[in-house]
Design a protein around this ligand. Sequence first.
Ligand SMILES: C[S@@+](CC[C@H](N)C(=O)[O-])C[C@H]1O[C@@H](n2cnc3c(N)ncnc32)[C@H](O)[C@@H]1O
Length: 167
Amino acid sequence: MYPFENGPLLGALAAAAKSKRLLEVGCGLGYSGLWLAYGAGSRGQVQTIDANREHAKIARDHFKREGLDKRIDVLVGEAARVLPALKDGYDLIYFDIDPAESLTVLKHSERLLGRGGLLVSANLFLGQFAPDIPGLEKTAEYRLRILDTARWLTGYMADGTAISVRV
Ligand SMILES: C[S@@+](CC[C@H](N)C(=O)[O-])C[C@H]1O[C@@H](n2cnc3c(N)ncnc32)[C@H](O)[C@@H]1O
């Protein structure tokens, strides 16, 4: 929810991948969305999903304050309901919601990303800090699936973020 060191990394990835269509699953208060939009530049368009209306409102205020509101659309709703309606052709997807929904998000990420598209996954070892959080077994399955080399080329970072390229 709050500024963290991966913000600039997200911006750098969005810029390096020359991302034009970006999707964030888990908008929160908009910090990572701002970095994605900033990194993607003026030709990038970010869509960001959040089920929480209050978070969405605060995030929209942040986007407006930074002058990036035209480049970031907030889609309010449960990821499992919003994702099926999206069309493929994204260049970058950032996954940052509850573990219980992780496999649903992964399934749609495989559909929505083109070859060479980037999937950035946060909190893949959240269980070390929150062992009782529901859905950790799904995160475990997610960690294995992004190591399937027929679908993904994945590098893990020390903080539990993974960067995967769709192959
Ligand atoms: C960790 S925060 C996102 C932080 C944000 N990406 C950032 O770094 O600035 C997770 C957000 O996902 C939302 N969320 C959790 N489960 C969700 C779901 N199933 N569908 C949509 N949004 C969800 C929460 O409301 C929360 O705002």
